[in-house]
Ligand binder design. Structure first.
Ligand code: PLP
Length: 397
């Protein structure tokens, strides 16, 4: 019954999910508080005022306006509110016409890839990366081209990037703040990427889209600047999501920005609006769209300090125990070097102490593990003796 095209997707089904299921199994045996599950990037810091927004919308909107069909791109007033807020923050010049509300970043990426990819078109990604990109690209018969990781800095390897751009390159995906490393791309990095892409566009006479996947944009610590990618390269499309910044991944809400500077922008916006519909999303969920508008108007956002405290606690402890890890500037992940070459073995050893995290091979970067610190501060504190024992077992302390 299952199609041949679908079978490889099933075989590749995420190790992250498998680990999450393992966590649930262990919690049933040892008790939830004795399992230290750092496997899933599920935001844990509540944003109670989102509920206030939802209630306000339910009470304030007419039934049919709130629950009816709408433009496939989403409510105009919501899109204009987001555009105004982006313009204020980044000095851009967007209007509602440049925005399409999507069913989270996952859907936004699918919408745009469906809109631009021809079979065999190549999409460049920088390892380590969110491997669901592979599935999204293959959904539209594109080819994934991976730039190998720079394990010193986890910034894009520029020389290799330039070599891997071909006349078939249709898009390049960047993700900053990054899952799984937490690094934030500097302005210099964005400028360097832009320069290479422009040069290659001219050399090959092609158009290359820079797809900036930004679900972690607001999760950046110590006041670090997360440059807005559309400022550096004309063919930039931003894929944003509120999953992490408002802790609402289950609500499925985000948007695409297709600026006027993008080549054939009007046609592309039209294509993406139709793609949103024919992929079966039709439009992003209406109630949460309106709630987003309320959140922007009332400055509602997640308490960043909670994640920053988690980062500091875990980073300081792990490095003190002898683990090697670059201090992340954003997102809620630590990307830690495995003390043994096979990081899956390291994950198995940690499991014996009820500590769960994800092998780097799930992000095309073996030899590392991703530890998602979007759990309570107390849970991290309780997990530290287990991390210490693991470090002792590997002779790190
Ligand atoms: N892109 C990256 C880098 C992610 O880490 C995730 C989710 O964890 C997504 C996209 C998908 O986000 P959403 O829940 O908004 O679909």
């Amino acid at each position: 019954m299952v199609s041949e095209k679908m079978k490889p997707f099933m075989a590749n089904n995420s190790a992250i999910r498998a680990m999450f299921e393992e966590g649930k199994r262990m919690a049933a045996i040892y008790g939830k508080e004795n399992v230290y599950d750092f496997s899933l990037g599920n935001p844990n810091v509540p944003v109670p005022r989102v509920n206030e927004a939802l209630l306000n919308v339910i009470q304030g909107e007419a039934f049919n306006e709130l629950h009816g069909y709408m433009s496939n791109a989403g409510y105009e007033d919501v899109r204009q509110t987001i555009a105004d807020s982006l313009n204020k923050q980044f000095g851009t010049n967007f209007s509602f016409k440049n925005l399409i509300m999507t069913v989270g970043a996952a859907s936004g990426l699918n919408v745009i890839l469906k809109s631009i990819l021809n079979p065999e078109d190549e999409v460049i990604v920088f390892a380590p990366y969110f491997v669901e990109y592979n599935s999204y690209i293959r959904n539209y018969d594109g080819k994934v081209v991976v730039v190998s990781p720079d394990t010193e800095t986890f910034m894009p390897k520029l020389a290799e990037f330039e070599e891997k751009i071909t006349p078939k390159t249709k898009a390049v995906i960047i993700n900053s703040p990054n899952n799984p490393t937490g690094v934030v791309y500097s302005e210099e990095t964005l400028m360097a990427l832009a320069q290479i892409m422009k040069k290659k566009e001219e050399e090959f006479g092609t158009s290359i889209v820079l797809l900036s996947d930004e679900p972690y944009r607001e999760l950046a610590y110590g006041g670090i600047d997360v440059p807005y990618a559309t400022k550096y390269y004309h063919n930039t499309i931003v894929c944003y999501s509120y999953s992490k910044s408002l802790s609402v991944p289950g609500e499925r809400i985000g948007y695409l920005v297709i600026p006027d500077e993008v080549e054939d922008s009007e046609m592309l916006i039209g294509a993406a609006t139709i793609a949103n519909r024919i992929l079966g999303c039709v439009n992003a969920p209406s109630l949460i769209q309106k709630a987003i508008k309320y959140c922007i108007e009332h400055d509602i956002s997640v308490d960043l300090e909670a994640y920053e405290k988690n980062r500091n606690l875990l980073y300081n402890a792990l490095t003190e125990y002898g683990f090697t890890c670059a201090k992340p500037d954003g997102a809620f992940y630590l990307f830690v070097k495995s003390p043994v070459a096979d990081e899956k073995e390291f994950c198995e050893a940690a499991k014996k102490h009820q500590v769960l995290f994800v092998p780097g091979s799930s992000f095309a970067c073996p030899g590392y593990v991703r530890i998602a610190y979007c759990v309570s501060y107390e849970q991290i504190e309780r997990s530290l003796p287990a991390f210490k024992k693991i470090a002792e077992e590997y002779g790190l302390v």
